[in-house]
Design a protein around this ligand. Structure first.
Ligand code: ADP
Ligand code: ASP
Ligand code: MG
Length: 241
């Protein structure tokens, strides 16, 4: 039995069919006897759509209210995924950032994780439930909702893996690993089987958005290996670290 943290990005949960595909990945791992804590992003373009909605109302909205709005995307994903997993007949619970003790600074729209208590997550894992965690969001010392910056769900996953002392941290996305350049733009791009934190950070600095920079910095600080793999192919991915 292993304790596994998985994260699925927005394209992996973009519609009902994809939600069920991911639900199957999660429940297959659970059925093998593993403890599963799964971080989800907002579906597809939801975050961009929410930003557009805000701009329609007030282009100068405060960052606090923007965080309040954008956090809804991830909350939708975890609730919908929980419903799919319920339908497959497995025990599951979805939790927001504040419920998992994702404590952050008050820098709205770019908050830093300060501490992850995750008591509730441990309790739920002890009850043999699959735990779904809303990515990208946290709570500050005033009890206000914060967000971690675009792409921040990767950092949520790494923070959860560290706090839970997970055996595996798997970041599922729409490509089958990390390449030397964007494989969508360059068909000749070459995939890494493994690469160092430094090499990954250099790629990110060069514009590779496949991982949130802070997720790699956090993983490096704690010596956590991240596996980046496809939510669609089942092929082995890239190990970072
Ligand atoms: P998610 O929604 O799963 O978080 P992202 O869109 O944030 O996914 O990251 C995955 C995307 O990163 C891929 O679709 C790919 O086009 C892009 N990408 C850019 N550079 C790289 C690279 N060097 N290796 C892999 N993917 C890359
Ligand atoms: N939903 C957020 C974004 O689109 C966070 C994430 O996907 O990681 O940036
Ligand atoms: Mg991303």
């Amino acid at each position: 039995m292993a304790r596994i943290v998985q994260k699925f990005g927005g394209s992996s949960v973009a519609n009902a069919e994809r939600i069920f595909r991911v639900a199957k990945i999660i429940t297959d791992a659970y059925a093998k006897g593993n403890e599963m804590c799964v971080v989800l992003s907002a579906q597809g373009d939801t975050t961009d759509d929410l930003i557009a909605k805000a701009e329609e109302i007030n282009p100068n909205a405060s960052k606090r209210e923007m965080d309040m709005l954008l956090a809804c995307g991830e909350q939708m994903s975890i609730a919908l995924m929980a419903m799919a997993i319920e339908k497959l007949g497995y025990p599951v619970v979805s939790l927001c950032g504040w419920q998992v003790g994702m404590n952050t600074s008050s820098t709205h729209s770019f908050a830093r994780i300060k501490k992850v208590t995750c008591e509730r997550v441990k309790e739920e894992l002890d009850k043999k439930r699959i735990v779904l965690v809303a990515g990208f969001q946290g709570v500050d010392k005033y009890g206000d909702v914060t967000t971690l910056g675009r792409g921040g769900s990767d950092t949520t996953a790494v923070a959860m893996a560290i706090a839970l002392q997970a055996d595996l941290c798997q970041i599922f996305t729409d490509v089958d690993g990390v390449y030397d350049r964007d494989p969508r733009r360059y068909p000749e791009a070459r995939r890494f089987g493994r690469l160092s934190y430094e090499a990954m950070l250099a790629l990110i600095e060069g514009g590779a958005q496949v991982l949130h920079d802070r997720s790699v910095l956090l993983a490096r600080e704690h010596g956590l290996t991240i596996e980046v793999l496809s939510a669609f192919t089942g092929a082995p991915g890239t190990l970072v670290g």
